[in-house]
Design a protein around this ligand. Structure first.
Ligand code: G6P
Ligand code: ZN
Length: 542
């Protein structure tokens, strides 16, 4: 029984950096989720009879939206939907399932690292057949459709049992409830030297993964405890909960502080890692050494051939513009391509598909490769364990040796969250006004070499993305970057990214904020952050 339901469009369904994200009460408005899902289907062509993958990070409202999406997919003519048991699929696992089974695309339900719960965040994202987030051409079409949509179609049927693996009929469509973990765990086993990692763990190297009560728990238990032999309990907060146990599932020095402190304590584990709500972010901490995401990308790239899946070397590296230039030095040494893209994993898709880049990374705790088309938290963790096992060195020794060889890019991001939107827009507008007058100006010892608003020309499809962040580059390789986040759900978030290159190994052990203090002060002087936001200090420093 296909029912056509009249609906009124909403004007605020513009997908951001990573899909549509809103608070649950917004998604729960009449037909809000339905309008968006139908707008996705209306923006696609040629999916009749084909397969759609659906899964989410298990957060509050996940199951409700999955049932709606299943019935709407059936009403719109999909032949089959593959859905993770319990409605669970981590974002990288969803990407892999789309690719492995040649699906037409997928719907990923997540608000990533934002908290979950009845008054917290929810999100819907569409991924295309390559397994990656839909490019702007499609998200623009979806947004245009949401503004005029007047009907949606839904099958009138009972809910599907999401908790038992198997095949179910939903109208003319088949629903296959799949084990959400197995395909992904097999993929990891094909890329990394599980034997060497098992020996490392067997020799007493203690690894802890904090899944922050979000989606990676079942994946980490299967891989770390079952396949790699780590003792039970090595994965903490391993059960995905609808409210993430009231954790803020964002793996960084603020929200995963307990893990960080534990690894840093003398009796604590040798290696700690955490992942975010939907499993695509990662944080890596070794005893005595927190690895910045920018360094992590560079070090993974420099040591890629340690892992069986990358033994033939990598074709190129891509990083988002605000990510530090540490990886650039590796690419230069390896003589391979280096690509600088706007913030957002979707910009890596073309480079990966074209074989131009093999590994990609973002300062926002995202690292990944051409094995899927999303960033991948557990992949990064396993890559590190593989490197440690192969080099037989600690994280600290590996990082310090890397700095000694390539120089150190001191790096930090300061976030000013939930700032008044007009104030944030005013700050950016004023910076744009100033851009042309900055080059040549000196601020203390720092002289501006160039300043611009980053624009990206995609070398694969020729598309241009403008206004992607304001860069002020100083002589000697230091820089500050200003951007407004595209993932927040209330007010505006101003991000300030600060970077200083230090080639001299005798100056590689300065505390990061101290090493960057002059740049941070200049950033405030140029952008008038304190004055315009009314804030004395950032909300989060990573
Ligand atoms: C998500 C995206 C990333 C992005 C990050 C921060 O995790 O997948 O690609 O780097 O958000 O984005 P924002 O616009 O908030 O800085
Ligand atoms: Zn995420």
């Amino acid at each position: 029984m296909i029912k056509t339901v009249s609906t009124t469009p909403y004007q605020d369904q513009k997908p951001g950096t990573s899909g549509l994200r809103k608070k649950v009460p917004v998604f729960a408005r009449e037909n809000y989720a339905e309008n968006f899902i139908q707008s996705i289907f209306d923006s696609l062509e040629g999916f009749e009879g084909k397969t759609l993958v659906i899964g989410g990070d298990g957060r509050y409202y996940n199951r409700e939206v999955i049932q709606k999406a299943l019935k709407m997919a059936a009403a719109s003519g999909f032949g089959k939907v593959m859905v993770g048991r319990g409605g669970i699929l981590s974002t990288p696992a969803a990407s892999h399932v789309i690719r492995k089974y040649g699906a037409f695309g997928g719907i990923v339900l997540s608000a990533s690292h934002n908290p979950g719960g009845p008054t917290e965040d929810f999100g819907i994202k569409y991924n295309i057949g390559n397994g990656g987030p839909a490019p702007e051409k499609i998200t623009d079409a979806i947004f245009a459709r949401t503004k005029v949509i007047d009907t949606y179609k839904i099958l009138e049927e009972a809910d599907v049992d999401l908790d038992t693996v198997g095949l179910y009929a939903l109208g003319d469509m088949i629903v296959e409830v799949i084990d959400p973990v197995k395909d992904y765990a097999d993929l990891m086993e094909s890329l990394f030297d599980f034997g060497a990692i098992r020996n490392l763990i067997g020799s007493g190297f203690r690894v802890v993964i904090d899944s922050m009560s979000a989606v990676t728990g079942p994946y980490a238990v299967e891989i770390l405890e079952k396949r790699l032999g780590a003792p039970a309990g090595s994965v903490r907060n391993e059960v995905p909960l609808p409210e993430f146990g009231h954790h803020h599932p964002d793996p960084n020095l603020v929200h995963a502080k307990e893990l960080y402190d534990d690894v840093m304590s003398p009796q604590g584990p040798d290696f700690g890692a955490a992942s975010d709500g939907d499993g695509d972010r990662n944080m890596v901490v070794g005893k005595g050494m927190f690895v910045t995401p920018s360094d992590s990308l560079a070090i993974i790239a420099a040591n890629a051939t340690c892992a069986p899946g990358y033994v033939d070397g990598i074709a190129g590296i891509a990083r988002s513009m605000p990510t530090s230039g540490a990886a650039d030095r590796v690419a230069e040494k390896l003589g391979i391509g280096m690509y600088e893209t706007p913030t957002g994993w979707k910009f890596f898709g073309n480079l990966l598909d074209a074989g131009k880049a093999t590994v990609c990374g973002e300062e926002s705790f995202g690292t990944g490769s051409n094995h899927v088309r999303e960033k991948d938290g557990l992949w990064a963790v396993l890559f590190w364990l593989n490197i440690i096992a192969a080099k037989k060195k600690s994280v600290k020794d590996i990082v310090e040796a890397h700095w000694a060889e390539y120089g150190r890019n001191y790096y930090s991001r300061h976030d000013y969250e939930e700032v008044d939107t007009d104030a944030a827009n005013g700050l950016v507008a004023a910076l744009r006004e100033k851009l042309s007058s900055l080059p040549g100006q000196s601020f203390g010892a720092l002289k501006v070499e160039a300043a611009d608003d980053f624009a990206y020309n995609d070398p694969v499809d020729g598309s241009v993305s403008k206004n992607q962040g304001i860069r002020v580059l100083f002589e000697g390789g230091s820089r500050v970057v200003f951007r407004l986040s595209g993932t927040g759900t209330s007010g505006a978030t101003l991000r300030l990214y600060v970077e200083r290159y230090e080639p001299d190994a005798s100056r590689h052990d300065i505390e990061t904020q101290a090493a960057l203090a002059d740049l941070i002060a200049v950033a405030d002087e140029i952008a008038e952050i304190k004055k315009r936001t009314g804030r004395d200090a950032p909300t989060v420093i990573t």
